[in-house]
Design a protein around this ligand. Structure first.
Ligand code: ZN
Ligand code: ZN
Length: 610
């Protein structure tokens, strides 16, 4: 299934290949809020630290393939998401699949070796499908301490936390933080070496800004890296100096950050493939059973497939994995044999991902009109002609297309490209082609999407986390009301989904569902365009069956029905029966994949293969 790709022994290509196109100006080479497709800081860091993903893939421990026992689950309150049979109380699992589902009174005659489990009236629904996240960058980021605004409101608290972490860290080891965001956290605009020296003078301390554009380090980290006033500054980056001309601990852009970060031995020592398995465990804890990477190859080139192959062959996956190939390294993919649908029910390629603009909150989303109090209209990350050609060529090759488009002018261009392909008879809608984020939608966009059967996936955390910024800083209330129009798409009969874009926001399907149902805003009493609120049933469908459909996996997951895999979650409440503003407080009690418990809230470690 996985070949050794011709370029797999080549050195990791230089960082410029991560720029989606020559249209991205140098300063935007890693757009803070777009997909982390462009997070070249990690690519640069891994390259300088000589991290070899192929070696990591080879070293991943394999477990023997276990045979799951046949199980009869009874006395459950099952919401199936199958419109033909929406409720059931019992479920028979054989070989990881649902052999029968229904009411106990109708259950078939069972073989003697079937184990029976009484679910004692617990609520069960299909496992959640996360249709857009970024696995390899997340595998790296997850090993760092989150000191961001959704955890610490003030910078003082964040530093106190780093100090506590440092105190508990063995001598000599690094303390690395992430998600620091002075725009959302109270305190100074930057973390200087003096501030981080308060966390520790013994341990090197290194903190990534949430944008990944900047990093901050303490004196020890600068000392280990040998950074002084005389250090030559790598092109396109900056080592910020204080009034005396000494480095103040602030590093700007990937090359300068990598000068320090690469001295962290953790980068050599941690196995990225193991770290990917940890990401799956984290997904299980919030009820996710299938997730989809939207930008494969943009981090470490085509060799990322070796990582995926190793995951598959380890027999240790606790979630199913889908992925889209990043168009920015199209030439590398063209040298391989990969084609749409390669893989199996555990790991499969299902899309071709194109990035067409930046992000709205980063002011790089491509707009019809300038941003508020600005002349800027954002940035096209791909020429119109190149976009149209890529859409046409990849549809001809059988791919489903996923285009990242945030601004309204970006969405104009994507729909033009899809319409052009449609006129050529390539049926992008029939291929389940998507618009990723699809943030600012005018009514005519929705009409065109409906006509073409193009489906959007919304980064609904925009509404919650950045709702205030959209209204007050970026667009004003009228245009901000056109953000993430779940309600209008639902009304138009368009299939839509919700995603986290983790690490942009954390994976959390129940949080996403609550955001779509309530349209609340973080640190505000106001709702953002309440007319776009959707019924909870619609959001549940978006997070299960429709996400599975977008990921070309609805024939095997997304609902609980005979023949599909037994991938489900146990929740402590039915989301349809709680206050909409409490949906995110529902606890995930258990997560099952392939008929096995992979997360049990009662046991400390995930249930499968401890
Ligand atoms: Zn994106
Ligand atoms: Zn993304």
């Amino acid at each position: 299934m996985y070949r050794s790709f011709p370029d797999s022994t080549e050195p990791v290509p230089p960082s410029q290949t991560l720029r989606p196109s020559a249209l991205v100006p140098e300063g935007h080479a890693s757009d803070p809020f777009a997909c982390p497709c462009c997070a070249n800081v990690f690519k640069e860091t891994l390259r300088l630290a000589e991290v070899d993903l192929a070696r990591h893939a080879k070293e991943l421990r394999r477990d023997p393939l276990g045979l799951a026992p046949s199980l009869l689950i009874s006395n459950a309150r099952i919401m199936t998401m199958n419109p033909d049979a929406p409720h059931a109380d019992s479920l028979l699992i054989q070989d990881g699949k649902i052999a029968w589902i229904g009411e106990a009174a109708q259950k078939p005659k069972l073989a003697e070796d079937v184990e029976a489990i009484d679910f004692e009236g617990q609520f069960v629904m299909p496992g959640f499908v996360e249709p857009h996240m970024h696995l390899p960058p997340l595998a790296l980021l997850d090993s760092f301490e989150n000191v961001g605004p959704f955890r610490f409101e003030t910078i003082t608290e964040a530093i106190d936390h780093l100090k506590a972490v440092a105190d508990a860290t063995p001598d000599g080891q690094w303390v690395v933080g992430r998600q620091f965001d002075p725009s959302l956290q109270e305190g100074p605009d930057a973390l200087t070496r003096a501030m981080l020296d308060e966390a520790s003078t013994e341990h090197p301390v290194f903190v990534y800004n949430a944008s990944l554009h900047l990093a901050y380090c303490n004196s020890k980290a600068l000392e280990i890296a040998g950074i002084t006033a005389q250090t030559e500054v790598p092109a396109g980056s900056e080592i910020v100096k204080d009034a005396d001309g000494e480095p103040n601990g602030v590093l700007k852009a990937g090359p300068a950050m990598a000068l320090v970060a690469r001295h962290n031995p953790h980068l050599h020592n941690q196995n990225m493939a193991e770290a990917c398995l940890e990401v799956f465990h984290r997904a299980n804890r919030v009820g996710i059973t299938t997730l989809c990477d939207q930008g494969t190859g943009l981090f470490q080139g085509a060799r990322e497939l070796e990582l995926y192959g190793a995951l598959r062959e380890s027999n240790r996956m606790t979630a199913r994995f889908r992925y889209s190939l990043g168009n920015a390294i199209a030439k590398q993919w063209d040298r391989t044999e990969i084609a749409w649908g390669h893989g199996d029910e555990w790991v499969r390629v299902t899309g071709w991902k194109i990035v067409s603009d930046g992000s709205n909150q980063g002011r790089t989303g491509l707009q019809r009109d300038p941003f508020l109090n600005s002349k800027e209209k954002g940035i096209a990350y791909i020429e119109t002609e190149e976009l149209e050609q890529a859409v046409e060529q990849r549809l001809r090759e059988g791919w489903a297309i996923c285009v990242h488009a945030n601004g309204d002018a970006a969405i104009d261009r994507v729909l033009d490209a899809y319409e052009r392909a449609d006129r050529l008879g390539l049926d992008p809608g029939g291929r389940r082609s998507r618009i990723e984020h699809c943030s600012i939608l005018h009514d005519e966009h929705i009409e065109r999407m409906k006509a073409l059967r193009i489906s959007p996936s919304f980064l609904i955390g925009h509404v919650y986390y950045w709702g205030n910024a959209f209204v007050e800083d970026l667009f004003g209330p009228e245009k901000a009301a056109k953000l993430d129009r779940t309600g209008a798409c639902e009304e138009a009969g368009i299939r839509w989904t919700l995603h986290s874009d983790d690490p942009v926001t954390e994976m959390g399907p129940l949080r996403c569902i609550e955001n779509a149902v309530t349209r609340t805003r973080w640190r505000s009493d106001a709702l953002l365009s309440p007319e776009e609120c959707v019924p909870v049933e619609a959001a549940l469908r978006a997070a299960t069956l429709d996400s599975a459909w977008q990921c070309h996996s609805d024939h095997e997951v997304g609902s609980l029905e005979k023949g599909k895999y037994a991938d489900f979650v146990i929740l402590d409440a039915d989301p349809r029966s709680v206050e909409p503003t409490s949906i995110n407080e529902i606890q995930v009690l258990g997560t099952w994949v392939n008929g096995e418990c992979v997360y049990d809230s009662n046991s400390e470690s995930p249930g499968r293969k401890p």
